[in-house]
Design a protein around this ligand. Structure first.
Ligand SMILES: Cc1cc2nc3c(=O)[nH]c(=O)nc-3n(C[C@H](O)[C@H](O)[C@H](O)COP(=O)(O)OP(=O)(O)OC[C@H]3O[C@@H](n4cnc5c(N)ncnc54)[C@H](O)[C@@H]3O)c2cc1C
Length: 352
């Protein structure tokens, strides 16, 4: 007897013709290319904002090899892609990692995210880049045992730190913003950063130095060496200061803001053909070994692959035609120019 939709987890799931995993530049352009062919999309990203590597790793840097844009800031490129995709009204699901992708007996797909959102999709396009971005961990032995209880990589609620002795690690905006926010609320705040220069906004750094000079908080130039643990309980972090001195910083909690780095993560467990952490695809449809699952951008590999944004754009265009054919195999999809096609003009919301 075949399983009911309910037992498969499809009941109550968001129904979609196409789900895109990853809202980096290639995922965003995939919305546009599918939109031109009349296919609406849901797009999911573990980051809280679209843009992938461009927004997360180098937003201010100029890119010089986007066709017809002699120079374009990385964040500007993302903003332009979002603007270009706007007519197609994709549904964004941000701050959710896709943790599960299952092929159902009828060859449709069930996806689940870290927030327990479920999607029942006819096609899936993986534009996962180098993987989902994860916080860089505090480099001390045994740190996993205290993550989520005493050691945190984000603040869920500032109230969790009220009246606590708190260590904050990092030199970027998050570290400085939370130092300023929690000083006065926590019992004591010590900011630990490995070098004298900070990446955070100069005004925040000046404010922090002022607070430190007035004794409202402490700033230590040091790196974490080991955890201080007594009877299985987190008691603080031993640090090595820039002058070589070792100091035990006693604390109830630590907040670590060392930035994010991409990790292939759950994608590796979905039964897709892989070659060195990239998904194998053909170069006609950019389809994986599972019909109906496609992969574009940095996440895929094929002979001659170059991890460039413009390669991902080409892949997204061809994948869109293949997605359309997969959804509606009986329908012929003619090539139409955006310049002259009335139906594309209608989809784009531009007058004829
Ligand atoms: C410093 C730097 C400079 C660069 N300069 C250039 C340049 O000049 N020209 C150029 O062409 N390229 C450049 N690149 C490379 C370019 O940024 C990448 O080729 C491009 O970002 C790839 O886009 P993408 O959409 O495939 O993936 P990404 O930008 O990596 O986006 C992938 C997205 O998928 C999300 N994701 C992954 N797994 C999951 C999951 N399971 N669930 C939910 N979300 C998930 C990630 O959070 C991420 O947001 C540069 C890269 C760097 C680091």
């Amino acid at each position: 007897m075949s399983e009911s939709l309910e037992t498969l987890g499809v009941d109550g799931a968001i129904q979609a013709d196409a789900v895109i995993i990853g809202a980096g530049p290639c995922g965003l352009f995939q919305i546009f290319e599918l939109g031109l062919l009349g296919i609406r999309t849901h797009i999911i990203d573990s980051l809280k904002h679209p843009g992938g590597q461009c927004s997360e790793l180098y937003p201010e840097k100029p890119i010089y090899d986007i066709p017809a844009l002699p120079v374009c800031g990385a964040q500007e490129l993302v903003d332009r892609l979002l603007q270009q995709a706007k007519p197609f009204d994709a549904q964004f699901h941000l701050g959710e990692e896709v943790t599960e992708l299952k092929v159902l007996p009828d060859h449709t797909f069930l996806l689940r995210t870290s927030l327990a959102t479920r999607f029942h999709a006819r096609t899936v396009i993986i534009a996962g880049g180098l993987g989902s971005f994860q916080p860089r961990r505090l480099g001390c032995e045994g740190v996993e045992g205290f993550e989520g209880s005493a050691i945190h990589y984000k603040v869920k609620s500032a109230a969790d730190f009220t009246d606590k002795r708190l260590l904050i690690f990092g030199g970027g905006d998050s570290a400085l913003d939370w130092t300023l926010e929690l000083t006065g609320k926590a019992r004591h705040v010590t900011l630990v950063h490995r070098r004298p220069e900070f990446r955070a906004a100069p005004a925040s750094v000046a404010k922090m130095r002022d607070l430190a000079n007035h004794g409202s908080m402490r700033h230590v130039e040091a790196i974490a060496q080991s955890l201080i643990v007594e009877n299985g309980e987190f008691k603080g972090v031993r640090v090595k200061k820039s002058d070589g001195e070792v100091e035990d910083l006693h604390a109830d909690k630590a907040l670590v803001f060392f930035g994010l780095h991409p990790k292939l993560g759950p994608i590796a467990e979905w039964g897709l053909g892989l070659d060195k952490r990239a998904i194998l695809v053909d170069t006609e449809k950019f389809q994986t070994n599972v019909p109906g699952i496609f992969a574009v951008g940095d996440i895929n590999t094929y002979p001659g692959k170059k991890k460039l944004i413009l390669s991902g754009f080409h892949e997204a265009a061809l994948a869109a035609f293949a997605v359309a054919a997969h959804i509606n195999p009986a329908k012929k999809i003619p090539l139409q120019y955006t310049t002259t096609s009335p139906i594309m003009h209608k989809r784009l919301g531009v007058g004829d």
